[in-house]
Write a protein that binds this ligand. Structure first.
Ligand SMILES: N[C@@H](CCC(=O)N[C@@H](CS)C(=O)NCC(=O)O)C(=O)O
Length: 332
């Protein structure tokens, strides 16, 4: 099975993932409409109107799923989860464990949803997808934007009154998400690199980023300070997959997240929030990556390990207490 792409409505598996220098090619996402609270954009945030398509293996889709949970939007936005194993026609629906078939469009493959929205579609068939049941189209397939819409535009419909994009931190959150993006997409650069130079450059750069956040997280509980924000969701999804997938499949093996004191405890801290935990599925994640990336894992063998206990106690509250103590004893 190799990754395919849609060209003018026709599916082809002849897709080049790297450029002439061996670097991974990114193809921009295409559906970028906006759901707004007031409906001015043409897409009003309303209960029952939108459907989210995700893969549990996918870190980009995972962001949107976490936000849907954190905001308590499960009854407002319906959900389909694709099968973890990618088919020769891309993501497919099934009723295997952990998957949820397409109850809205009754599609067998995700590509049918793209063609329904745009019969001449050219581009990748990716998750996540936000589908509008009223206008029968894809509103948006860019995870950072879907996440933001759930947070801000659906806030009045949310059953959990948590704000992950508070006004006073907005600039900092946007900047942090941009920086974290170098980690989110960075992991794919080494994975698909076909030259030693491209691989080494990608690995070195990624670990520089991780080392930097390790230091920052020794002084504060979350990426933007003492408050959980959208930026934390963005880093969480990559950290969660790192030791089980990126370390071995993509050869990011200078260090594990387990070897970083602060990143590891930070990861456990977030995982142990019930609304994060329920969105995590390591079985789908490992099967998804190891079986779909046949360019780099042709025999599709899924490793048994590593065994990671994300429920092991974390030390982030102790860190907080230490910081409070430091502030209170420091001279005015
Ligand atoms: N920019 C997109 C990227 C989404 C993406 O790359 N999804 C991957 C799964 S992790 C996918 O569906 N890949 C299928 C393909 O490329 O054919 C986003 O953030 O939403």
């Amino acid at each position: 099975m190799t990754s395919g792409i849609m060209i003018k409505g026709k599916w082809t598996t002849n897709r080049n993932l790297v450029d002439s220098s061996g670097k991974f090619i990114e193809i921009p996402t295409t559906f970028r409409s906006w759901v707004s609270a007031d409906g001015q954009s043409g897409f009003k945030a309303e209960p029952g109107r939108y459907h989210l398509y995700v893969a549990l293996a996918c870190p980009w889709a995972h962001r949107t799923l976490i936000m849907r949970e954190l905001k308590g939007l499960n009854d407002i936005i319906s959900l389909s989860i694709v099968d973890p194993i990618m088919s020769d026609r891309g993501w497919k629906f099934s009723s295997n464990t952990g998957a949820i078939p397409d109850s809205i469009n009754h599609a067998q493959y995700l590509q049918e949803i793209y063609l329904k929205a745009e019969p001449n579609y050219t581009g990748r068939i990716t998750v996540p997808v936000l589908w509008d049941k009223h206008t029968q189209t894809i509103v948006n397939n860019e995870s950072s934007e879907i996440m933001r819409m759930f947070d801000v535009e659906f806030a009045h419909l949310a059953t959990q009154k948590i704000d992950l994009y508070p006004r006073e931190l907005q600039q900092k959150i946007d900047e942090t998400i941009e920086i974290i993006y170098q980690i989110n997409k960075g992991v794919y650069r080494a994975g698909f690199a076909t030259s030693q130079a491209a691989y080494e450059e990608a690995v070195r750069e990624l670990f520089e980023h991780l080392d930097r956040w390790e230091t920052i997280l020794s002084k504060q509980r979350y990426l933007c300070g003492e408050q959980l924000t959208e930026a934390d969701i963005c880093l969480f999804v990559t950290l969660y997959r790192f030791d089980s997938v990126y370390y071995s499949l993509f050869k990011y093996n200078l260090r594990r997240i387990l070897d970083y004191e602060n990143l590891w405890n930070y990861l456990k801290d977030l995982y142990q929030i019930q609304r994060f935990r329920v969105t995590c599925n390591m079985e789908h994640t490992k099967r998804g990556y190891y079986t779909s990336m046949t360019e780099i894992n042709p025999n599709q063998i899924v490793p048994l390990g590593p065994i990671i206990d994300f429920d092991e106690p974390h030390d982030r509250i102790a860190l907080l207490q230490l910081l409070i103590k430091k502030v209170s004893i420091s001279p005015p």
